[in-house]
Design a protein around this ligand. Structure first.
Ligand code: PLP
Length: 362
């Protein structure tokens, strides 16, 4: 692999040079005033990105670590939870919740289809005893390229009144609008290698007041992922444990870039890249796995009817140095996925589409 590779998997994404330069700096101490100044700015910008006044806690973890923190801090063994499952990451929520002995009720849809908010409404309405403690959903289902209707599901949760809403926004934060305070989303989980445009290693969890109330009575063992520790240390602009300092410095840079671009422009950019990708793939007569009206702005999954997806990925990599992703679990060999989030550019899309066309002509 050399510098010229075009990385178009749905994370990690390419990293802007300014952020790479931050990674190459000498580390600084995480108890120093210099770190404190940088972290203070980072924390403010994380709230800006999440459109929230809630705490946004930064963990040294991948997205799954942030998901785990999102479960064990707010729930107790035996709690009834509704989990949306229409892809690999919805299933991961269900596995995690089962691991911690939650009483998991899955709301399912076929992979490639969106979750039906009505099914959530029915369950929540029927729950007159208010036994459902949380509704857990994946916003952008990276395994299929489907975006779930979080706004409507969340509205039903709000009508119920008691349940927390816990959201995997790993490939939606920084790619599509999630107004956390306006919608009242309690827990939002994300990770550095996606819309944030920096390498993997940092996980983020935003926590509402209502979720902190639930924290007080939640009874699961936790130590490294105890979010109250992070809250207390972040109040002093530092972290409870040694963070990946250079990654945090790169985050400072990428958040500055994002702020300069503005949220509306960031969302419009992802829409444009998605539209361009989908339009071009249709021209190539390639079936798209997710329908237009539920397509994720972060990733497009393609389901070629005749071509061998593994062969396509191989040629794209070996001849054109473009990395695309295959299908996951039972979709391996059946679909391939094009990531167009983070620091992927219009030119990358054009290059990938042209190369794909040449690959298919072979
Ligand atoms: N959730 C979603 C929607 C993802 O796309 C991913 C990773 O691709 C994860 C969770 C898990 O993140 P990680 O691999 O960083 O643990």
């Amino acid at each position: 692999m050399d510098d010229k590779q075009i990385l178009m998997i749905p994370g990690p994404t390419p990293v802007p040079e300014q952020a790479l330069l931050a990674l190459a700096k000498q580390p600084i101490g995480h108890r120093s005033s210099e770190f404190g100044c940088i972290f203070e700015e980072v924390l403010q910008n994380l709230q800006w990105l999440h459109q929230t006044q809630n705490d946004v806690l930064m963990l040294t973890a991948s997205g799954t670590g942030a998901m785990e923190a999102g479960i064990i801090n707010f729930l107790s063994p035996g709690d009834r939870v509704l989990v949306g499952c229409n892809g690999k990451f919805g299933d991961r929520w269900a596995d995690l919740a089962t691991t911690y002995n939650l009483n998991v009720e899955k709301i399912t849809a076929d992979w490639g289809k969106p979750l039906d908010p009505e099914q959530f409404r029915e369950k929540l309405e029927a729950d007159t005893e208010k036994q459902i403690k949380a509704v857990i959903v994946t916003h952008s289902e990276t395994s299929t390229g489907v975006i779930n209707d979080l706004e409507t599901i969340n509205r039903h949760v709000k009508t119920h009144g008691e349940a927390l809403i816990i959201v995997d926004a790993v490939t939606s934060l920084g790619t599509v609008n999630i107004p956390v305070d306006e919608w009242g989303i309690d827990v939002v989980v994300s990770a550095s290698q996606k819309g944030y445009m920096i390498p993997p290693g940092l996980g983020f969890v935003s926590v509402s007041e209502k979720a902190w109330e639930a924290y007080k009575t939640a009874k699961m063992p936790r130590f490294y992922l105890d979010l109250d520790k992070y809250r207390q240390f972040q109040a002093k602009n530092t972290t409870p444990f040694t963070p990946p300092i250079n990654l945090m410095m790169a985050l400072q840079v990428s958040l500055q870039m994002m702020k300069k671009e503005g949220l509306a422009n960031i969302f419009a950019r992802h829409q444009r890249l998605m539209n361009a990708t989908r339009a071009a793939l249709k021209q190539l007569n390639l079936p798209l796995f997710a329908p237009d009206n539920v397509a994720s702005p972060a990733i497009t999954a393609v389901a070629p009817v005749q071509a061998d997806t593994e062969q396509i990925l191989k040629i794209m990599k070996n001849r054109y140095d473009i990395a695309l992703a295959g299908g996951q679990d039972h979709l391996k060999g059946k679909i391939f996925r094009i990531g167009h989030l983070g620091f992927v550019t219009d030119r990358d899309i054009l290059t990938a589409i042209g190369s794909l066309e040449a690959t298919l002509i072979e």
